[in-house]
Design a protein around this ligand. Structure first.
Ligand code: ASP
Length: 326
């Protein structure tokens, strides 16, 4: 494991552009520390360009197919904004019920169709492994924008970028993940991605029926990262550098009665946060449905709205990378 701390201002790795050209982004397992360094460097450039000129022509003439089989606000609109700020255009398929999917078309056929018209495909789908199936069918790059309870790699990249921006490091951090760790794909990706850094400790706080899957915990343990599970936040909060709050994923429950039992299990508000460090960050992939009280929004530690903005720059970077223009 390299010991050099990540620094987004360092020059990019020499061959990184070639490394990502034409590639799919399916899992955080594809990303080394060097890759992250590169993504963050490009994301910084993107931020600077957006602040200076707003929109520019890096991907002029390129087309993104934004294919969403599940609801999305941030991921879908940030990929659209990312492509348009880079001068490209977007085929939006947000409501598959208005596409041939509702006529029974298979995912591989839909993907083969879209790649006739687009240069890159962003896919959100309810089934784990669907992005890999799509990538197999496609010659053009496929970016996984959430495959069921599997992974959400671009979210984990923007989450780690957020941690770097907010706290200046990815090593030597105690990260506490709170809420629905069973069905929350963002925490599955984030735990895996963080496990390559040194001095990381992961705390998992959840109701018993929503614990972090064993498969993810085993992968993290294999990297030598200490993990601890808690039913309440009390013990974990005082040592926490990043509190990553998640929504209970109502749509994934087989029995609605189980959802009723665990919804509202945790609420972050100014009173709870009195026990936390002054220098730390509270993050959430959003949407929130009561896990963080709006009363906390003005606290400088509330990073979740900034996190959304960072997502734009990271997704601009990823599009430029897979299209060979980073
Ligand atoms: N927006 C995130 C996702 O798509 C988190 C959530 O929906 O709770 O996984």
């Amino acid at each position: 494991m390299p010991t050099q701390p990540l620094n987004p201002h360092l020059p990019f790795g020499e061959n990184k552009q070639a490394d990502w050209y034409g590639k799919d982004i399916l899992s955080v397992k594809q990303f080394s520390r060097d890759d992250l360094q590169y993504v963050f460097g490009v994301a910084h450039e993107m931020r600077g360009m957006v602040e200076r000129v707003g929109t520019f022509d890096l991907l002029k003439g390129k087309i993104l197919a934004n294919l969403f089989y599940e609801p999305s606000t941030r991921t879908s609109s940030s990929f659209t904004a990312a492509m348009e700020r880079l001068g490209g255009s977007v085929i939006p398929i947000n409501e598959v019920k208005y596409s041939s999917v509702s006529k029974g078309e298979s995912l591989p056929d839909t993907i083969r169709t879209l790649e006739c018209y687009a240069d890159v495909i962003v896919l959100r789908h309810p089934e784990t492994g669907s992005a890999a199936i799509a990538a197999k069918a496609a010659k053009k790059p496929v970016i996984n924008a959430g495959d069921g309870v599997g992974e959400h790699p671009t979210q984990a990249l923007l989450d780690t970028f957020t941690i770097m921006e907010e706290l200046g490091r990815l090593d030597n951090l105690t990260v506490t993940m709170l809420g629905d760790l069973k069905y929350g794909r963002t925490v599955h990706s984030l735990a895996r991605l963080l496990s390559q850094f040194s001095g990381i400790k992961l705390n998992y706080v959840s109701p018993d029926i929503l614990r972090m899957p064993k498969e993810v915990m085993d992968e993290v343990a294999a990297k030598g990262v200490p993990q601890a599970e808690f039913a309440s936040l009390e013990k974990a909060l005082p040592e926490t550098d990043v509190l990553y709050v998640t929504r209970v994923q109502k749509e994934r429950f087989e029995d609605p009665a189980d959802y009723e039992k665990v919804k509202g299990a945790y609420v972050i508000d100014p009173k709870v946060m009195k026990a936390a460090k002054q220098e730390m960050a509270v993050m959430h992939p959003l949407p929130r449905v009561g896990e963080i009280s709006p009363d906390f929004d003005d606290d400088p530690r509330a990073a979740y709205f900034r996190q959304m903005e960072y997502g734009l720059y990271v997704r601009m970077a990823l599009l430029a990378m897979v299209l060979g223009k980073a």
